[in-house]
Write a protein of this length. Structure first.
Length: 387
């Protein structure tokens, strides 16, 4: 029996921190409802102290969503925690996520606090959050550049104070997978009360390693991953939900965990977020890009027609596509060409006719980027007229 990997979606909070991606309350509710359909465990709906609009959005999401936990972010300060506590009040299940930075550069230059003061404030924040809910997450911000001994000290103290989830952020996307996995291994083995909390990975994608780092953390014992739809987020974004979920699902041989995600809702979620934010998905984006399940090369098309698993490790239908797609272009071969014509109800009486049509198709494909069904119909009609 696999352990559950908790999927914590922060599209509405960290995702919204992408410059230009801000969303209205109504848009946030639509996305939250889709995330609920996707069966994410936790929806981080926003940062209630940031503005009245954010407070209202978190409250509205907490009211609208029934089957996912709704979370509000709060710095380790009184007003943030109170606002987050009030915003999640309508939720069936609510969480407060409080954080304070623990890296030397953040403590010295940003917070202007000593390490002792940071530990004291972190403990205070967790206890204050517990006044509103018994579901409290704590993040040592910039953990990826923090001193391991200090991290152990802070985390042990906040677990004693009542934190139930410990989230380890690689805030600036600085870590590499071996290092990040090792960090989890060390924290889980060195912190005496680590079994009293779920450990979580929160990775940024500055070096393009967010998904790889998150998976390394899972292999080392993390049981929650924080992620966003389409990898939306600050700078180069966060861990992409669709990639981490499908990696774990597809490589069950490699992971001791699985998620409860309804993967057939992934594409709808991706399109909704892209449509609302205006952040288009690149065509070659894993899982949700237009080309993710398309085959153009003749060798690949021929292989897939003979047996899908020759060139496909996932089923397009499992992530919400209606089917895989054979794109006819100049690299396509005779078998894909014949198969598409058959689907269109076009049969040839002789091999000679098929060959002639295939030559015309190659000629057209040299001039035209992608060949559509209408092009094929026209091409066959032309050939028949000439004959
Ligand atoms: O990247 C980060 O450190 C964060 C924290 C607020 C968890 O988003
Ligand atoms: Zn973040």
């Amino acid at each position: 029996m696999k352990e559950e990997l908790v999927i914590f979606d922060t599209t509405l909070r960290d995702g919204e921190q992408s410059p230009g991606a801000s969303m209205t309350k109504e848009e946030k509710i639509r996305i939250a409802k889709q995330l609920e359909k996707l069966r994410v465990n936790v929806i981080e709906a926003g940062f209630p102290a940031a503005s009245v609009g954010d407070f209202e959005s978190v409250k509205a999401v907490a009211t609208a969503v029934k089957d996912s936990t709704v979370c509000g972010l709060a710095r380790a300060v009184e007003n943030d925690i109170v606002r987050a506590g009030e915003a999640i009040q309508p939720a069936n299940s609510g969480r407060i996520h409080t954080f304070i930075a623990t890296s030397p550069i953040h403590m010295e230059k940003k917070l202007k606090m000593t390490p002792d003061e940071v530990v004291e404030r972190a403990v205070w924040a967790v206890k204050r959050a517990r006044d509103f809910t018994d579901n409290v997450e704590f993040s040592p911000e910039d953990a990826g550049r923090s001193d391991i001994d200090f991290l152990c000290r802070v985390i042990e103290a906040v677990i004693d104070a009542g934190a139930t989830t410990i989230n380890i952020p690689d805030t600036v996307g600085y870590n590499i997978p071996e290092q990040f996995g090792d960090l989890f291994h060390q924290l889980l083995t060195r912190i005496p009360n680590s079994d009293k909390a779920i450990f979580s990975a929160h990775c940024h994608n500055d070096l393009g390693l967010a998904v790889a780092n998150s998976l390394a953390a899972v292999k080392a014992g993390a049981r929650q991953v924080e992620c966003t739809i389409n990898g939306l987020g600050e700078r180069a974004g966060n861990t992409a939900l669709e990639e981490v979920v499908m990696a774990v699902r597809t490589r069950q041989d490699m992971f001791a965990v699985d998620t409860r995600i309804e993967t057939t809702e992934i594409l709808a979620a991706s399109r909704l977020v892209a449509g609302i934010t205006g952040f288009a998905v690149q065509p070659n984006k894993a899982i949700v890009g237009a080309n993710a399940f398309s085959h153009e090369s003749g060798i690949h098309q021929d292989g897939v027609l003979k047996h899908r698993e020759t060139y496909e490790i996932m089923r397009a239908e499992d992530v919400g596509w209606t089917t895989n797609k054979m794109v006819l272009g100049k690299h396509s071969g005779r078998s894909a060409f014949r198969s598409r014509l058959q689907e269109l109800g076009i049969e040839f009486e002789t091999e000679q006719e098929l060959n002639e049509a295939f030559i015309s198709f190659k000629d057209l494909a040299d001039r035209k980027h992608e060949i559509y069904d209408e092009d094929l119909q026209a091409l066959v009609t032309d050939n028949n007229t000439r004959r």
